[in-house]
Design a binder for this molecule. Structure first.
Ligand SMILES: [Zn+2]
Length: 320
């Protein structure tokens, strides 16, 4: 220590005060290194204007993008026993949980909300990758089942948006049990005759991709998303072969028939609305020859779609 570090440097720091300049004025694209003005990047829904790289976004932003006018109601999720196995690896699981909770301000890695998409009722269950890698433990399983129940109750479509490294190993077998649980949850939605759509985002791997995330009536992915079960390195080491370029990327999976479409973030709301307007035609409406009408109008105008819903509601009421 000398007077330069102790005295001069703080003085200089004070002179060129950076207090009024936010640290996050510029963002750097992780894919091409392009520097993007922070506000501009937000307007572009965190998609790089230079290379089209889709950066990860949290569940709140996801809901804003998906729901009409960015408006939605959050669904309260049930509390579960924290750290049921009193697990400890390098540190206590309960400490990890605490840290993730204070970092994100949320209880666990899933968020559920309901609202409308192009006038159609929908329940969205979105993962938060920043909460312990979006891993699926009991709380996430419970959250997903809650979303499924909510969809059935509201006669709404269920949309799952996974961003997850897989099952949460700190909950051992209990986390693996969430795989069949979530599948049973979406089965309720299916039995109610409601659509179940999966929007795969970067990354969707492990136990999540091995359960509900691959069972959508329609499988959509964001461009460039990594989707798979085991990691590419593990597979390469196991089969001792070099994997093809673009392996486990959304575009590769689309080419090989694992996905129905890859949709840029800017077109998600529009595309999701169009799909829902096609799938949400009730049998009552079909009987009255409204199906053709709905198919013809699908995705054109919000008002038109809203009208169809209202008319259907009226008919259902008169049937009863
Ligand atoms: Zn880029």
């Amino acid at each position: 220590m000398n007077w330069i570090t102790n005295y001069v440097r703080p003085k200089i720091r004070a002179l060129v005060s950076r207090d009024d300049i936010p640290d996050n004025l510029w963002d750097k694209c992780a894919s091409c290194g392009h520097m993007i003005f922070h506000r501009e990047l937000e307007e572009l829904l965190r998609v790089c204007p230079n290379c089209g790289h889709h950066m990860r976004i949290g569940p709140e932003r996801r809901m804003e993008i998906l729901f009409d006018e960015g408006k939605y109601q959050t669904v309260e999720l049930p509390q579960v026993t924290p750290d049921p196995l009193r697990f400890r690896d390098r540190e206590r699981y309960s400490d990890r949980l605490k840290r993730a909770r204070s970092k994100t301000g949320q209880q666990d890695a899933i968020r559920v909300a309901h609202g409308t998409i192009k006038g159609q009722p929908a329940v969205v269950a979105a993962f938060d990758f920043s909460f312990m890698g979006g891993s699926m433990g009991v709380a996430v399983g419970e959250g997903f089942v809650t979303a499924a129940r909510e969809a059935v109750e509201r006669r709404a479509a269920l949309i799952a948006v996974p961003a997850s490294g897989g099952a949460r190993m700190q909950e051992g077998i209990l986390s693996l049990m969430q795989m069949p649980r979530t599948v049973i949850g979406l089965q309720m939605v299916r039995e109610a005759g409601l659509p179940y759509i999966v929007l795969l985002t970067d990354p969707t791997t492990g136990g999540v991709s091995a359960s509900f995330a691959m069972l959508g009536d329609i499988q959509i992915a964001e461009p460039g998303a990594v989707i798979g079960f085991a990691g590419a390195r593990v597979i390469e080491e196991t089969i001792r072969e070099t994997l093809p370029a673009g392996f486990q990327r959304a575009e590769y999976l689309l080419e090989h028939g694992m996905l129905d479409m890859v949709v840029p973030r800017s077109e998600l709301h529009e595309t999701m609305g169009r799909i829902l307007n096609l799938l949400m035609v009730t049998p009552a409406a079909r009987g009255h020859g409204m199906a053709d009408e709905a198919f013809g109008e699908a995705g054109e105008e919000t008002e038109a779609a809203g009208e169809t819903v209202e008319e259907k509601e009226v008919e259902r009421a008169s049937d009863a």
